[in-house]
Design a protein around this ligand. Structure first.
Ligand SMILES: N[C@@H](CCC(=O)N[C@@H](CS)C(=O)NCC(=O)O)C(=O)O
Length: 233
C-alpha cells in the first residue's frame, strides 16, 4: 500500500445540509483543544479527508448539542449520520480505516498496552490542565485544594513522561515514526506551553520539549494549530 497523502481540511463555520448526512467526515472542535488536535493530527497522518467545524464548546454549545449532548469536543460526524465522541473512541474508529502497517498504534499485545498507557498519561494530563482552566475561568471562588491537587497531578505526570522520553533510544516513543502516544504527548506539551506557561516554566521537561519540536516540525501537526484562547464567563 502507498503511504497516505496529507490532505488539509478547510475550516468552515456554517451549518449546512451536508452536516446532517455528510459525504465526508466532519471534525467539530477547535485545534486549541489537545483532544481535538490529536484527532486532527491522526486524520492527517492517515490521509483521511475531513471538513472542520471550529465550534467553541461555550459559544457554539447549542449547535454542538445537536451532535453531542455532552457538548464536548472532539465530536466526529461520520459519512452518513453516525456521530462519534471521545478522542479515544474516535481514534479507534480511524485506526480501523487503514491497514495494519500504517496504523499509529500496534494492534495488540504489550506494545499496544504500553502505547495506550502513554496516551492515557498524556490525555489525563490534559484533563487536569483543562480542569485548572475551568476552575479559574468559571468559578467565582476557586478551590485551593482542587488547584493544588490538579497542579500536583500535572507535574507528577510531566516528570514521568519526561523520564520516559529522556530514556528513549529512538526519535519517537515507540520507534522511528510518531504514533498516537507521540501525538497525545506533543499535543499536551503545546497545550501546557500555551495554557499553563507558569507550570511549563518550572517543569524540567527538556526531553519532552525536544520531542514536541520534532513532532511540531511535521506538516501533520503544523497544519492544525490554533493558539489557546481561554474560556470566559
Ligand atoms: N475525554 C475527552 C475529553 C475532551 C475534553 O475535555 N474536551 C474539552 C475541550 S478541551 C471540552 O469539550 N470541554 C467542555 C466540557 O467538558 O464541558 C476526550 O478525550 O475526548
Amino acid at each position: 500500500m502507498t503511504v497516505p497523502k496529507l490532505r488539509v481540511a478547510r475550516p468552515t463555520d456554517d451549518i449546512d445540509a451536508t452536516l446532517r448526512k455528510p459525504m465526508t467526515m466532519i471534525l467539530i472542535g477547535q485545534y486549541d483543544s489537545p483532544f481535538v488536535r490529536r484527532v486532527a493530527v491522526a486524520l492527517n497522518f492517515y490521509g483521511l479527508s475531513y471538513e472542520h467545524r471550529p465550534w467553541s464548546t461555550f459559544s457554539d454549545a447549542d449547535k454542538l448539542a445537536a451532535y453531542n449532548p455532552l457538548r464536548r469536543v472532539p465530536t466526529l460526524v461520520l459519512e452518513g449520520d453516525e456521530v462519534l465522541i471521545e478522542s479515544m473512541a474516535i481514534l479507534d474508529h480511524l485506526d480501523q480505516q487503514v491497514d495494519l502497517d500504517h496504523r499509529l498504534i500496534p494492534a495488540a499485545g504489550s506494545e499496544r498496552r504500553a502505547a495506550l498507557k502513554t496516551c492515557a498519561l498524556a490525555t489525563g494530563l490534559c484533563d487536569k490542565m483543562v480542569s485548572l482552566i475551568y476552575e479559574r475561568a468559571l468559578h467565582q471562588e476557586t478551590s485551593d485544594a482542587w488547584i493544588a491537587r490538579c497542579t500536583t497531578q500535572v507535574s507528577g505526570v510531566l516528570s514521568i513522561l519526561e523520564a520516559q522520553c529522556a530514556a528513549l533510544a529512538t526519535p519517537f516513543w515507540f520507534g522511528g515514526r510518531p504514533g498516537h502516544a507521540d501525538i497525545a504527548v506533543a499535543c499536551a506539551m503545546r497545550f501546557l506551553r500555551e495554557a499553563h506557561p507558569d507550570i511549563a516554566a518550572v517543569s524540567q521537561s527538556s526531553a519532552l520539549v525536544g520531542h514536541a519540536e520534532r513532532c511540531e516540525a511535521m506538516r501533520e501537526f503544523s497544519s492544525v494549530v490554533q493558539r489557546f484562547d481561554p474560556p470566559r464567563r
